[in-house]
Design a protein around this ligand. Structure first.
Ligand code: FES
Length: 107
């Protein structure tokens, strides 16, 4: 099963097993990873599942879609070139070892 590592602003690392087909946001919620709120439940309508994808991993993801791009304008923590909505990243075997950084704040 693919593993995803969530890294807190303090540098704590939490590695979880994530079933292919779920989103990175769902993997976080299923494993009680703090720092992701996901108010809209994964519909790309709240931007409270914002994460920063590690530089070494960004190329492994599908490009940011139009809706995701618009919602990323609404993040509480600064949007950067590595910002993504974790609800829009689908876990797959190809993403095994993905590292995502949690922002300071989601709301
Ligand atoms: S959970 Fe709302 S945008 Fe991702």
């Amino acid at each position: 099963m693919p593993t995803i590592t969530f890294i807190t602003p303090d540098g704590e690392r939490h590695q979880v097993d994530a079933k292919p087909g779920i989103s990175v946001m769902q993997a976080a919620m299923a494993n009680d990873i703090g720092g992701i709120v996901a108010e809209c439940g994964g519909s790309a309508m709240c931007a409270t599942c914002h994460v920063y994808v590690g530089d070494d991993h960004a190329d492994r993801l599908d490009p940011v879609g139009e809706v995701e791009h618009e919602m990323l304008e609404c993040t509480t923590s600064e949007r950067t070139g590595s910002s993504r909505l974790s609800c829009q990243i689908e876990v797959s075997d190809e993403l095994d070892g993905l590292e995502v950084y949690l922002p300071e704040s989601q709301v």
